[in-house]
Write a protein that binds this ligand. Structure first.
Ligand SMILES: [Zn+2]
Length: 391
């Protein structure tokens, strides 16, 4: 058989292109349980319908589109990714995996599949709205406590429970979902590579670096910018400056990565000394102790204990699956510093692998994120071959 990309890929890509795209930045704002998210989920259901796939939602609202019933035909091979984005994200992070999954299925003779194939659309992967990445996969694997999830709030003060209700979901359903997990014999996620580590059209993931998010609550005293003497100020913005510089210095010392990419300043006035600054630290590295040490260093500069909002330990993908795919596809093997639902499922004991599609500039989580059409086509072909081999 040939693995030429189907025309379906371009049509699906064009369908998704306008959804949640900000006209000013050109980036995507596709946040969990918003109107844009609903459009994306409807799109997913429509593509599944066109292919006569049965869509089931699990307790966290993740969608699974099956070629056959995994409850009667046995656990299946699941491919897929997510459709939500970071603020002003690129078009590829997430959707490439789902569009490629549908396109790969189109290339295959479904009658020849030995076990059910599912296409997954994970909810709230980026955690852009409620702060916890991979919320959908963490919920069904029991890593994210449902009470905590329901009470997470977005920047407008809306809780996840309220957002779910507004989106027509049942927030009381959240929780570990062994039934959904039992259906997944193997999980394979195709994703755009998010650095410059891949110098071939397609690669196979070895591991995901340990990574997490921490909140730093820096307190001060609100006061007048024009009348308060420098000596009399309690200005948390100065502490923030020390925190940001220490995050960079500690990352260099520890051979890791650290980013302060989100802030909340109160009262956020030009002529007011802030009463409080909340900063979020993202830290990752090849070794857990290096990341932990980095976070402690930053806590020292902050003068306060960083509050851990999420933590994902070092995640190794199934070595047999990794080697089998690398040899089947003649593809290089590489680690990544980016978190994925695949990592959550792997940590939960599901045999899991990832395919990466080359990112020529390495830019991701940005409107400038890009992958060449030929590499995307190679990704679809690779995914089709993988499905044929594994299902
Ligand atoms: Zn992603």
């Amino acid at each position: 058989m040939s693995f030429e990309p189907s025309g379906g890929f371009d049509r699906m890509w064009a369908d998704l292109a306008p959804v949640g795209r900000h006209p000013g930045t050109g980036g995507y704002r596709r946040f969990a349980w918003t109107r844009e998210d609903a459009v994306l989920r409807e799109w997913f259901r429509g593509e599944a319908d066109q292919r006569a796939l049965d869509v089931v939602a699990d307790r966290a609202g993740n969608l699974w589109a099956w070629t056959a019933d995994p409850d009667t035909a046995g656990p299946g091979l699941v491919v897929g990714s997510h459709l939500d984005s970071v603020p002003d994200g690129g078009a590829f992070d997430g959707p490439l995996g789902i569009v490629s999954a549908f396109a790969a299925l189109d290339l295959l003779d479904r009658a020849a599949l030995r076990r059910p194939v599912g296409i997954a659309c994970f909810a709230d992967e980026e955690g852009a709205r409620f702060g916890v990445a991979c919320a959908g996969s963490r919920l069904i694997t029991g890593v994210l406590d449902p009470d905590r999830a329901r009470s997470l709030t977005d920047d407008d003060g809306t809780t996840m429970a309220e957002a779910l209700t507004a989106a027509g979901q049942d927030p009381t359903a959240l929780g570990r979902d062994d039934e959904a997990l039992r259906r997944v014999g193997t999980f394979l996620e195709l994703h755009v590579e998010q650095g410059r580590a891949l110098d071939a059209p397609v690669g196979v993931a070895s591991s995901i670096w340990p990574h997490g998010r921490w909140r730093l609550d820096l307190r001060g005293r609100a006061d007048h910018a024009g009348t308060t003497r420098l000596d009399d100020r309690q200005d948390p913005m100065l502490t923030l400056a020390a925190v940001v510089l220490e995050a960079r210095a500690a990352a260099e010392r520890r051979g890791a990565l650290a980013t302060v990419g989100k802030l909340r300043v109160e009262p956020n006035g030009v002529n007011a000394i802030p009463s409080a600054v909340t900063a979020w630290l993202d830290a990752r590295g090849p070794a857990e102790d290096a990341v932990r040490a980095l976070v402690a260093d930053v806590g020292g500069a902050a003068g306060t204990e960083p509050v851990e909002e999420s933590w994902t330990p070092d995640t190794r993908f199934d070595p047999q699956l990794r080697d089998r795919l690398a040899s089947l596809l003649d593809a290089p093997v590489l680690p990544t510093g980016a978190g994925h639902d695949a990592g959550i499922l792997a940590a939960a004991g599901v045999p899991t692998a990832m395919l990466f599609v080359r990112n020529p500039t390495g830019v991701s989580h940005s409107p400038a994120e890009h992958a060449e059409p030929a590499d995307c086509a190679a990704g679809v072909g690779a995914l089709a071959r993988a499905i044929e081999a594994l299902a």
